[in-house]
Each structure stands twice: as C-alpha cells, then as structure tokens.
Design a binder for this molecule. Sequence first.
Ligand code: NAD
Length: 278
Amino acid sequence: MTNVPTLTLNSGLEIPQLGYGVFKVPAEDAERAVSEALEIGYRHIDTAAIYGNEEGVGAAIAKSGVARNELFITTKLWNDRHDGDEPDKAIDESLTKLGLDFVDLYLVHWPTPAHDNYVHAWEKVVAIRDRGLTRSAGVSNHIVEYLERLEKEVGVLPAVNQIELHPLHQQRDTVAWCAERNLKIEAWGPLGQGKYDLTEIAGVSDAAARTGKSAAQVVLRWHLQKGNIVFPKSVRTERLQENINVFDFELTADEIATIDSADKGDEGRVSADPREVN
Ligand code: NAD
C-alpha cells in the first residue's frame, strides 16, 4: 500500500498530503468509490455538505474497518448556513450523515462576501473546533482581503485555505500570504477539473516522458513538491490508483520552474471567482 506523507498543520495535527475528493461523485456511487479509495490506500477524504454524498462516505468508512485515527475526514459548511446558530446545526447534520463523532477538518466553504457574514461563520467554526466536533478548523476560497479580516477581527488563523489551484491558476498572492503564516494550501481542482489538456502545459509532456509517468501524475507531483495538499477526484478505479502512485519519482527544479511559468493568473481560473459566489 502506498505510504502517503503527512504535513503538520498549524493546529499541530497531521494531514495526509494526498487524499480523495468527492465533488460530483453521485450519492449512489459514493459508497463504492470511497470504499475503493480506502482499499487502494487513501486515508484522507474531502467531502462537503453541498456534495450530497456524506452518507455514502460515512457508509464506506463504517464498512472499511480502517481505524478512525488513521483517517482524515474533511467536510464543509455551506453558504446558506453562515448566520446565527446555523453552523452548529449544519455540523451536527454532517456528523450524523457521516456517522462520526468528529471530523478532522471543518471548512467555511465560500466566503459569500456580499452577505458580509464570513467573519461570523469563521467564529462559529472555531467554536465548533473548541467543542471537539472538528479537530482542525479552516476556510476555503478565501483571498487575502478576507483572510486579513479573519486575522484582525477573530485573531485565530485557519489551519488551511482550500482554493482553486492548478498550473494555469496559481493564486500566488494568496499562497504567499498563507505561507508566511504557516497556513497550509489545499489545492482544489488540482488537475484543472479535467477542463484543459494537461499535456499542453509547458514542461508536463517532457517530464512525463522522462519519468515514464502520466501528465496527471506529473501535475500532482508538481503540487506535492510545492507543498500543496491535493485530493484529485475520479470515480474510475485505474485513475484512483494512478493518482496515488506519485511518490516514487521527483521532478527537477527546472521542471517545476517550467510548470510554474504556465500561470495565467485570473484568466486561468476554470471555476467560480470567490468574490462572485454569494
Ligand atoms: P480535479 O482537478 O480533481 O479534476 C477531476 C477531473 O480530472 C476528473 O473528473 C477527470 O475528468 C480528471 N482526472 C482525474 N484523474 C485523472 C487522471 N489520472 N488522468 C486524467 N484525468 C484525470 O477537480 P475537482 O474534483 O474539482 O477537485 C478535487 C476536489 O477538490 C473535489 O473532488 C473536492 O473534494 C474539492 N473541491 C473543492 C471546492 C471548494 O470550493 N472548496 C471546489 C471544487 C472541488
């Protein structure tokens, strides 16, 4: 079984640097897909209330026989539940669906800036952590402006910021801000959500030819060597295997730098702009 390395979060807890993300894994397929992933050796699962598949994830965990302390389970607070005590109800519902007493990481999914309630949502997620319902607390889709408000107004930094990040969209200012504070980056859409041809990224095909790996494996390796946490999604057994089989080779500094040069900034985004999700 592949041994996935862990990183240490600013909460002092360890997180497997590679996991399995289940966005768009249909509810009826989630139990099978997560069971396969656990069988293959994945121990970190990234879900969210809005994905509608927490029950399937929970069923797979329950049947797996894998010890709870070997698993790292993330779920997320959805956008319409930021206000008042809604976050308390939302975490209870997620835990019930997952069949767990606690998750390892609970995230504010999107800041929804037009509602100006992400500071409150963050305070609630920190309180949920303090009650032991999540071991670490974090955010997702937060740009520097929003992170600065959390730092100033709450005074507690998230353990992670989960953001869209792949070769065409590298979010360098947010990554730098987080790195200065030991706040880990989780890269969602690590393969560009399959929306562009990875072989067209400068350096990817050459590195794939040199190492005998696929373009997807080269891009995942680029993330890992940059310190990003990743959880590529697939429902296909062979791709689940391929995506975890990235710990037996290394990219050179030149190969990393060539892939770095593919960044197109805001133009390279393949999904929604966090300033516009409300
Ligand atoms: P991804 O970059 O992981 O892309 C998944 C797609 O890439 C697949 O559907 C498939 O088309 C392709 N793919 C997967 N493995 C491949 C391989 N080996 N070779 C070739 N193509 C391959 O995109 P994602 O699913 O959006 O992101 C990963 C995870 O991040 C999600 O499942 C979810 O857990 C999380 N996520 C979080 C947010 C957020 O707002 N916080 C948003 C999107 C995704």
